[in-house]
Design a binder for this molecule. Structure first.
Ligand code: KIV
Length: 283
């Protein structure tokens, strides 16, 4: 056994126990270097299928595959030690039924070593959530604005603004909770609905565009770092990395063109010739 104290990674029961207590800090992570930066500050890192749009330039999350999620999940697991890591199940990997979902979720868990999976949830997938949880796979739900439904919804729109939509989102949250999800992402809903969901369900709610009424918050990391020129209304930009990166690249390009990079400090020189004993000495 190692003599060094192991950092204990947070797990589903730790997050579930935070209901109504200290807010759960979550961000998305897709790569090893970024996961290392996020890990000391976050309780939960989500390898979201938003990776398709953020990293791979897809128009939405529908084209994301299981192999993509596994590759990014492995990268995030390699450099994080403390935060719980949750990997999104991509579109088409869980909707057909509990057994297919189980096979795909088990593959994600085995091949990445992550602690849980996330599904966009509601009454239609409640039986699947329950099936996975009963067989040892912790599940995080996701209700309200469900990005994988973009083709049915005709775009990314806030949810629950009419009475029938409100009832529908509440039903999604209740069904997900009753099925045993350890936490539920609530995306793109007005504050009073987020309050009602948070009051109604036993799992902690993790808001994104769902007000401060939730038990925790999540943002897409690249959005809050200001890497895109457009971000949704609910994003607060904590940095302007787009400008910083643009300025840095412009400086590099100017230096290369002016032949001022690399300078001598950035250039290898010949090693000095080693002295051989006796050489040059008078006998
Ligand atoms: O895929 C994702 O990044 C997500 C978060 C926005 C919650 O589902």
């Amino acid at each position: 056994m190692s003599q060094h104290a192991q950092t204990k990674r947070l797990a589903a029961p730790d997050i579930a126990a935070r209901k109504g207590k200290e807010p759960v800090v979550c961000l998305t992570a897709y790569t090893a270097p970024m996961a290392a930066l996020l890990d000391p500050h976050c309780d939960l890192l989500l390898v979201g299928d938003s990776v398709g749009m953020v990293v791979h330039g897809l128009p939405n999350t529908v084209g994301v595959t299981l192999d993509m999620m596994i590759l990014h999940g492995q990268a995030v697991m390699r450099t994080s030690t403390r935060a719980m890591v949750v990997v999104d199940m991509p579109f088409g990997s869980y909707e057909a039924g509990p057994e297919t979902a189980y096979a795909n979720a088990a593959r994600i868990m085995k091949e990445t070593g992550c602690q849980a999976v996330k599904v966009e949830s509601g009454p239609e997938v409640a039986a699947t959530v329950e099936y996975l949880v009963r067989r040892g796979i912790p599940v995080m739900g996701h209700v309200g604005l469900r990005p994988q439904a973009v083709n049915v919804d005709g775009g990314f729109r806030a949810k629950g603004r009419t009475t029938s939509e409100r009832d529908r989102v509440l039903e999604e949250a209740r069904a997900t909770d009753a099925a045993g999800a350890f936490a539920i992402v609530v995306e793109g809903v007005a504050e009073d609905l987020a309050q009602e969901i948070t009051r109604t369900v036993s799992a902690p709610t993790i808001g994104i565009g769902a007000s401060a009424a939730c038990d925790g918050q999540i943002l897409v990391t690249d959005d809050m770092l200001g890497l895109f020129d457009w971000t949704p209304k609910f994003v607060r930009r904590y940095a302007d990395l787009r400008r910083l990166v643009g300025d840095a690249i412009a400086s590099y390009a100017a230096d290369v063109r002016a032949r001022t990079f690399p300078a001598s400090a950035e250039t290898y020189a010949l090693k000095p010739k080693p002295r051989v004993a006796g050489e040059g000495e008078r006998g």
